[in-house]
Design a protein around this ligand. Structure first.
Ligand SMILES: Nc1nc2c(ncn2[C@@H]2O[C@H](COP(=O)(O)OP(=O)(O)O)[C@@H](O)[C@H]2O)c(=O)[nH]1
Ligand SMILES: [Mg+2]
Ligand SMILES: [Zn+2]
Length: 307
């Protein structure tokens, strides 16, 4: 029988299937392709399962190939990674201007991971109700200035406004599996609870002292949205691991660089300081945002040191 993993609690998995909700465990070892994973099965996976022991328990017998997945490095085991969610149609990166501030570097890393699967990404600037100071509005303006021309929708919302949710978010969700990602404390669980009132995801106030969100959501979990669609809440993410991306490949995941690729003098150009680099010339002409390029270099060199 076929099912979809809605939640994982260590060794048990909650599946949604034609038979309703079933609690299943894994049988045997699953061959993992190239990745070293701390979780063999992730939320969003489509699986085959069967009853065993006179129908008292269910076992997952097969994991169907993933269309895509969002991954992060394991915090405990170096070299290992953790699949946050798989088979997603679109990703909402929930960001906040303050309490906590989401950095441009974090946004760019996230967009590289979604672009690597060509997954549409939206930037949801949440807690818009708390903004007023000129420096906050300036940062918001900068986010719009950088990402809108690249084709990433920037939605200004407040999870506390039913109107924003009904008019701006709900129409985007039907029929799709949507990942909610972002730092702890940006309002992912609050958004989810308001969009899906019976979800009851735990939320917690942002610590007044550190401005860092307190970690409340431990595992990713998927919830059905109305009749057709799913929303995936994820634990707060400090950083994304961008794995298995070769240096020359990184520029493919920067949407604005794609059009220059293959036009540099050297076919293996990394667009750092090579002569005859079309990307550097475009940067000089102001066609590429300097902050985006700065983070391109950061990702490029950071990834190097991880190898
Ligand atoms: N003022 C304001 N507070 C919000 C908004 N969205 C979430 N919060 C608050 O931010 C805190 C963290 O929210 P939570 O949903 O737990 O964040 P998560 O870690 O991303 O799941 C909670 O105290 C929420 O009430 C918003 O749009 N406006
Ligand atoms: Mg949460
Ligand atoms: Zn180049």
């Amino acid at each position: 029988m076929r099912g979809r993993v809605m939640k994982s609690t260590g060794s048990w998995y909650i599946l949604q299937s034609d038979q309703g909700i079933v609690n299943a465990r894994l049988r045997g070892k699953f061959k993992q392709e190239d990745l070293k994973l701390t979780n063999p099965v992730s939320v969003g996976d489509w699986v085959e399962w069967d009853f065993e022991d006179q129908q008292e328990t269910a076992v997952i017998t097969e994991i169907q190939p993933r269309e895509n997945y969002i991954i992060r490095k394991s915090t405990r085991k170096q070299q290992f990674s953790h699949i946050l969610a798989s088979n997603i149609d679109q990703a909402f990166l929930v960001i906040t201007i303050k309490d906590p501030r989401t950095s441009l570097g974090f946004i760019d890393r996230f967009l590289v991971s979604t672009e690597s699967f060509r997954t549409p990404a939206f930037l949801l600037v949440n807690k818009i109700d708390t903004l007023g100071k000129p420096k906050d509005l300036e940062y918001l303006g900068l986010i719009r200035e950088i990402y809108e021309p690249l084709g990433y929708p920037v939605l200004e919302i407040s999870a506390l406004s039913q109107e924003h949710l009904a008019n701006e978010l709900s129409p985007l969700l039907s029929g799709k599996t949507t990942l909610l990602a972002g730092h702890s404390g940006v309002g992912k669980s609050t958004l989810l609870n308001r969009l899906i009132p019976d979800a009851n995801q735990a939320t917690r106030s942002v610590s007044k002292f550190t401005s860092k969100g307190v970690h409340t959501t431990t595992f990713a979990e998927m919830f059905p949205f109305e009749k057709s669609g799913y929303l995936i809440d994820t634990p707060g993410i400090k950083e994304f691991g961008i794995l298995d991306i070769e240096d020359q490949e990184l520029s493919h995941y920067y949407v604005e660089l794609r059009k220059y690729l293959g036009r540099c003098k050297y076919h293996n150009c990394k667009h750092v300081n090579e002569p005859g680099c079309e990307v550097l010339q475009a940067l000089d002409r102001g066609e590429i945002h300097p902050y985006r390029y700065e983070n391109y270099l950061n990702i490029l060199f950071e990834e190097d040191t991880h190898r």
